[in-house]
Design a protein around this ligand. Sequence first.
Ligand code: ASP
Length: 441
Amino acid sequence: MRKLELHWQILIGMVLGIVFGFIMTGVSGGDEFVGDWINPIGTIFVKMLKLIAIPLILASLIKGISDLKDISKFRNIGLRTMVTYIATTVVAITIGLMLVNVLQPGEGISEETITTLTETYAQDSGVQSKIQEAGRQKSSGPLQFLVDMVPDNAFNAFSNNGLMLQVIFFTILFAIAMLLIGEERAKPLKRFFDSLNYVVLKMVDLIMLIAPYAVFALLANVVVNSGDPDLLLALLKYAGVVVLGLSLMVVFYLIIVGTYVKKNPFWFLKQISPAQLLAFSTSSSAATLPVTMERVEEHIGVDKEVSSFVLPVGATINMDGTSLYQGVAAVFISQALGFDLSFSDQLTIVLTALLASIGSAAVPGAGMVMLVIVLESIGFPADKLAIGLALIFAVDRPLDMCRTVINVTGDATVSMMVAKSVGKLGKPRVEDWDDHYDEVK
Ligand code: ASP
C-alpha cells in the first residue's frame, strides 16, 4: 500500500485532535485528561524540534556560506533578503490597515460585550504578563536590537533558543573566516559541518515521524483550553478581518510565486504544506524552522547557500502575519474604545508594526506583547491598555496559529524570490526519511 503523504497524515491528525478536544470538553474531567495524558506528546514534539534548531542553523549556515566561495555573493544575498523582507511586511501591514478601516469591526461591538470582556480578561495573568513584558522590551534605546544581536559569549548564545540572532551572527562570522583561510586549511572543518548537516536533517526526518500524533495532541489541547464560545462569537468580525487579511497575503505570495519565481503556485503550496500545518499546530515559527528548511531545500529546490541564511533570519525577524494582525488589532481596539486615530497615527502603526514584527520572538503569543508597544506609539492611554488587550485576548490563540502560518509561508516565499534572483533555485532533491533505515534496523 502506498504510504499516505505527510501533509495528509498531519491534516488527519489535526482534524482528529480537534474532534477529540470537543468531545473531551463535554466530558467531566476531560480537559484535565487531555492536559495530563495527551498534551505531553505535543510538548515533547515541540521540544524536539527546538532541540535541533541551533545545531541546524550552525551546520547549514556554515555549509551554505562556505559553499559560496566568494564573500561578495553573501553580501548580495543578505541585502536582497533584508529589502524583500521589509517590502513584504509593509504590504502585509497595509493590507491589514485597509481592511480594518473599510470593514470597521470595532464599531459594531456593544458596550455590554466590552464590559464582559474587560471583566473576564483585563486582570487575567496572561494579559498582565504581556503588558509587563512589553514594558521590559520598550525601556531600551533604538539601536539596542543591534547591540543585542552581538553575543559576548558564544556558548551562552548557543545555549539559549531565544538568542537565535546571536547564533546567526557568530556563525556568519565563523563561516566567513573559514572562507578567508582558504580551501585547504578549512577542509577538515568543512567536512565536519557537512556531515553534521546531514545528520541534523536526518534528525528532522525522524522527529517528523511523530508529527501526526503530536499535532493531534496539540490541537486537542488548544480546543479544551479555548475560552467561552459566546465571547469567541462576539469577536467573530474582528477575527474575520484578521483571517481575511492573512488569506489575502497568501494570494499575494502565490502571485509572486507564479509571476516572479515562475513556479506553479499550487505546487509550492503542496511542497510547503507540512511546514504550514506545523506552524498552525505549534504557533511557533522557531519550532517550525527545521521543517521549513527541509521543505524549502529538499522539496522546493532552493540552494542551501540562500535558504540557510534567509530562513533562520526570517523566522526571527520577518513576520508578515504578525504585523498584519498588529495593524488590525491596534485599530480595532481604538475603534471599540472610541479612541480616534488620525492618518499620521496610522502611518505610525505601519512603522512600529514593522519594527515590532522584527522584534517579536518566534514563539506563541509574542505578537501580542509587541502590540502593546504599537498601541503606546499612537498615544493609547496607558490605563486602558489592559482593557484593550482584554478585548482581543479570547481569540488570540486561534489567530496566533493563523498568523504563524503566514509568517512561515512568507519566509519560504522570500527564500524562493532571493534564490531566483541570484540564480540559486534548482530542482527539488527529496531525500526520503528512510534512506538507510533498513540497514540500521
Ligand atoms: N507565534 C508567532 C510566530 O511564532 C509570533 C506571534 O505572532 O505571536 O511566528
